[in-house]
Design a protein around this ligand. Sequence first.
Ligand code: ADP
Ligand code: MG
Length: 179
Amino acid sequence: MTAGLSTAHQMSPEIADVFRPAGQVMLRTVDDTQAWGARLGALLKAGDLLLLTGDLGAGKTTLTQGIAAGLGVRGPVTSPTYVIARVHPSITGGPDLVHVDAYRLGGLAELDDLDLDASLESAVTIVEWGHGVAEDLSEGYLEVTLRGYDARTVDLVGHGARWTDPATAAALDDLVSLA
Ligand SMILES: Nc1ncnc2c1ncn2[C@@H]1O[C@H](COP(=O)(O)OP(=O)(O)O)[C@@H](O)[C@H]1O
Ligand SMILES: [Mg+2]
């Protein structure tokens, strides 16, 4: 019952719960974005949740195409016009990819209607425009933010134990520093 213990207890969950790799990725071309996405995709496991943030045309779908290639799922990954969530089955015995575009969703209630819970644990789930709506789908998530015109920059922020785990953090550091 020391003050020190209770301070540590209060502070540690907040601090340890977020991981930002040092540095920033620069993706100059569509090919760069897809190739880097493939490297990110190769790290992903069943249960992973990614939120892709960035303006219209920022490259969220282009990045998802690369992630799909790295994961080894059946394409093509496209910008859905009518379909809000699409399942891309694995062709390599790994997890499927569930690709969601929340742009046209009216908010949390409609996200719930998609019933993503059913596949969250067995698949990799990527939500474009997920910021502010999809954070609570899982215990943690990786937010990937794309910015810029022509050359894109990418920021990664991992939330929760999966993304702050030392092995994952090291892999994310590599992904950022090698780009
Ligand atoms: N470095 C780059 N990375 C990704 N896309 C790029 C890049 N440079 C130009 N583009 C173009 O920007 C557009 C990105 O579109 P898209 O991936 O559908 O964006 P979003 O899903 O974020 O709306 C595409 O037309 C693509 O050809
Ligand atoms: Mg898109």
